[in-house]
Design a protein around this ligand. Sequence first.
Ligand SMILES: *[C@@H]1O[C@H](CO)[C@@H](O)[C@H](O)[C@H]1NC(C)=O
Length: 337
Amino acid sequence: MGNEGRMLMFLLLAATDTAFSGKWTATVVRNIDALVSSCVVLPCSFSHPKEQLPTSRLRGIWHRLSQQDQRFFHLDRTKILEGFQDRTQLLGQLGQGNCSLEITQVKDSDNGPFCFRLELARTEDDKDTPDKFSFKEDCVTLNMLSEPPKPTLTHRTTAIQGHPYIVSCSVSHTCPTHVPTVTWSMGTSRDVMTIHKEVHAGFWEVQSILTIIPKSTDDHAEVTCTALFYGQKTSSNMFTLFVKRKESHHHIIVPTVVGVGTTVIFGGVCMLMLKKYKRRIAELQYQDRIRSESSEPPRANQSRPREEHVALNHLSSSSKAGAGARFCKPFLPSPRR
Ligand SMILES: *[C@@H]1O[C@H](CO)[C@@H](O)[C@H](O)[C@H]1NC(C)=O
């Protein structure tokens, strides 16, 4: 390899070296919702050519896109736009590449764009590298919301009396440093579970899960979920609870059981009585037959002549003894004794 070749190789190496270490990059969410009077967090992370520098050697600034000297945030409070003093702060550590900005008491005019600028403290040996950079390609614009978003309710249409019933209420926001609080018109804090999660970069969701054991008196009750945002704005959503009665079959089952039971007992008693009387009647008839047989000689066919005899007897006695004796006659011993 000649001198020219060595020279080319050196240049190539030098070029790759700068390409890998000399990068100013910032990652932001370019459009984010901001609720007026509340707060918003602009997520931001960055990298710079020096790669590893402590927070003390870094200065983070947020400024207007058009005028760099109009600052939304600066460590020196006097260098901040008057309307933004005490309303902005950097979250996280610049040393960890975190440039997230929190804005509180959001105003209708706070739409931006907000641009991050990084300044590195100078040292003797790095005079050649640029030590300041404004990430004007990655600025943040706020989408102002005058009213908070309405919570979303998720639940089954009907509850069953005495069975756990779960209702979920979710509300979105963009201020993870001051999360909205969700309250319910029913149940206590012990019946509630809260989940906080980032849905996508910069957009968060609070989910409140209420579990109740509905009573029959809760039928047609209005269940309201209210979200209280930082800055006192509220939004709510409601639904009417329908409780299906658990003992709804009792008013059919109980009278049926009672009715059937009574019938069975009554029927049983009747049968017993009937059986007893039948036996008694049979006994009496048997006694009567014994008596009549003892007074008459046995015949081949007993029943027909006996009937004739009774009929004759009946005719003869009706004239003598009257109606009262009629029923007793067949049971009495024959007068032809
Ligand atoms: C930046 O710092 C904030 C506040 O501590 C934190 O919530 C966030 O997750 C950090 N971001 C990154 C990318 O680490």
